[in-house]
Structure formats: structure tokens, C-alpha cells
Design a protein around this ligand. Structure first.
Ligand SMILES: [Zn+2]
Length: 130
């Protein structure tokens, strides 16, 4: 068993409608509008999923993973980012996250997700390592 996030969030703006992961700034990473907070707290769900894997498998990467949503695809990426961060025992987490995430190859249409994922990872790191 693992914790999935099966509900994706899409910007409600009629001219945007793009996928992203909402954070406390309630800001769309694709078009920049401020949206109302979503029903799901995506940050706490992501943290719960990482913590579940650590508690149950002793690893942030679960033994099996199926992607049920775009958010799950991002979550898999986040598992790997934090897995390598822990393996490298890197103490300056924010620097590590910036460097690692700057190297990820995104398709041009998904480039806006880079800062979304960086902000999400920084927020996760603050929960994982308070
Ligand atoms: Zn938007």
C-alpha cells in the first residue's frame, strides 16, 4: 500500500486550465493568477505519502508505484529527489533541491512546473526536517 493523490488540480481560469500543484501562495504556476485554495491540501498529502513510505518501507521510494494521476507522476519525481538527497546526505537541502531540479528535463510546455516542483520540494523539506 502507498498513499496516492488521485485528484489533479487544474487552474480554474478559462484562459488557462493547466495542471499544477497548488501551494499556500494559491498562485497558478502556468498563468500567474491567484486562485481560491483547493479542497485538497496537496502539500500535506505529499508529505504524508513520503512519510508513509519511510515508515513502512524504510525508503522514500515505495517498492511499487502506479501513477493514477498527473500529481502521482510529480510525486514519483519527488520520491527520487528526496531519495537522492538523503543518500547524498546533503545538509544544505535548499541548495541541493535548486541544483537537482534545475537539471530536470521538462518538455517546453511543462517548463512552468519546474518552479512549482521546486517550491513544493522546499515546502516538503521544511516538514520533513523541521
Ligand atoms: Zn492558470
Amino acid at each position: 500500500m502507498t498513499i496516492h493523490i488521485t485528484e489533479d488540480y487544474h487552474c480554474p481560469s478559462s484562459t488557462c486550465g493547466r495542471f499544477y500543484i497548488p501551494l499556500s501562495n494559491n498562485y497558478c504556476y502556468a498563468c500567474g493568477v491567484k486562485n481560491a485554495p483547493p479542497e485538497i491540501n496537496y502539500l500535506s498529502q505529499c508529505v504524508a505519502s513520503l512519510k508513509y513510505n519511510l515508515d513502512h518501507y524504510g525508503s522514500i521510494i515505495p517498492p511499487a508505484w502506479i501513477e493514477l494521476s498527473k500529481t502521482d507522476t510529480v510525486l514519483r519525481l519527488i520520491f527520487w529527489i528526496f531519495f537522492s538527497q538523503r543518500k547524498d546526505n546533503n545538509s544544505n537541502i535548499q541548495d541541493y533541491l535548486k541544483k537537482t531540479i534545475s537539471k530536470i528535463a521538462f518538455e517546453e510546455k511543462h517548463e512552468y512546473l519546474r518552479s512549482n516542483i521546486l517550491d513544493l520540494c522546499i515546502a516538503i523539506s521544511k516538514e520533513l526536517y523541521p
